[in-house]
Ligand binder design. Structure first.
Ligand SMILES: C[S@@+](CC[C@H](N)C(=O)[O-])C[C@H]1O[C@@H](n2cnc3c(N)ncnc32)[C@H](O)[C@@H]1O
Length: 300
């Protein structure tokens, strides 16, 4: 059952945290003069109009991107986060000369501001020799994404189950890179599927960096995820980074979000620690925000 649409949530505090972490890994990958690949197993539709009815319905982006952007000229913003926020502010798929899938005759009235999802955060950082592999199952999200990336030869989009597809693609032809797994957790089985797929993919690609996003709700699944990842013997270590608050939101609402990262790049913990602390005090969570980073498995 696919009921989740990211357009309702794009740019919320959890997206800020996840996408800033993605930005850090991409910047690290770009440092070397060797190609990299990114596999985004749950891609969404690629980019989002924050002026849309969907975004207005929840208003979540106002407690995330809008607050972070408004505070981005203060002197204590971590440099890499500032770069990321500037990058988002400059993102406009309707700008002349950009081939981001805005078609003549589109019936949608885009208003902006716009927010790039993971596929377009990565796309903007790809060099000629790099590659992006996307998977998305929701028919409408897939269709939108298809038009948005179809002319870019560096991007390969599959209408395929992201858990099964990821394992089948391992190891990728380009052996430097990142797997981002960002499921919608529509059903509880997704937690176990995400754990299993990551474990199996990692066995076939032990040097890859893996980043799995998870929500923190009152159901305790976040602890299960941390326990499972704490048993992964990765030479580059495994860490959990969480932005959260102690009190729960309304029933079923997130009180936080986390990232499990296998083989994080050098100094990632320090950089994301600074960024997470800043986001936790700047963004709106259901209660006073905090950020924690914990190594579940130490790097060798
Ligand atoms: C949280 S959204 C992705 C957001 C995106 N990664 C970003 O950061 O912009 C999760 C997406 O996964 C898709 N999805 C759900 N189950 C899937 C599956 N088994 N395989 C591939 N995509 C799936 C949903 O349709 C949804 O678009």
């Amino acid at each position: 059952m696919l009921s989740y649409l990211h357009g309702f949530h794009a740019g919320n505090f959890a997206d800020m945290h996840k996408h800033a972490a993605l930005w850090l890994v991409l910047n690290h990958l770009r440092k070397k003069n060797k190609p990299f690949c990114v596999i985004d197993s749950h891609a969404g539709s690629g980019w989002y109009d924050l002026g849309s009815a969907q975004a207005a319905k929840t208003g979540e982006w106002k407690g995330g991107y809008a607050l972070a952007k408004a505070a981005s000229s203060s002197s204590d913003v971590p440099e890499m986060l500032k770069q990321y926020l500037d990058h988002v502010a400059a993102f406009d798929p309707t700008a002349k000369g950009r081939d981001y899938g805005v078609r003549e005759g589109d019936e949608v009235d885009y208003t902006g501001p716009f927010y790039p999802g993971s596929p377009f955060i990565v796309r903007e950082m790809l060099r000629e020799e790099d590659e992006l592999i996307l998977m998305e199952l929701h028919p409408r999200e897939y269709d939108a994404l298809y038009h948005r990336v179809k002319r870019d030869g560096r991007i390969h989009l599959h209408k395929r189950d992201g858990y099964e597809g990821l394992v089948a693609m391992m190891p990728p032809a380009i052996r430097r890179g990142l797997v981002l797994m960002d499921p919608s957790y529509d059903v509880k089985q997704d937690y176990q599927k995400a754990i299993n797929a990551t474990q199996r993919a990692r066995e076939r690609w032990p040097t890859g960096t893996f980043m799995l996003w998870y929500p923190i709700l009152e159901d305790g699944f976040d602890a299960e995820m941390r326990n499972a990842f704490g048993a992964i013997k990765a030479s580059g270590g495994v860490l959990a980074a969480e932005i959260s608050c102690d009190q729960g939101g309304a029933k079923g609402r997130m009180r936080g979000a986390g990232l499990l990262v296998i083989n994080p790049p050098w100094q990632f913990d320090q950089q994301l620690g600074e960024i997470g602390n800043w986001l936790a005090k700047t963004c709106k969570l259901p209660g006073p925000g905090k950020h924690t980073i914990k190594w579940l498995v130490a790097a060798e």
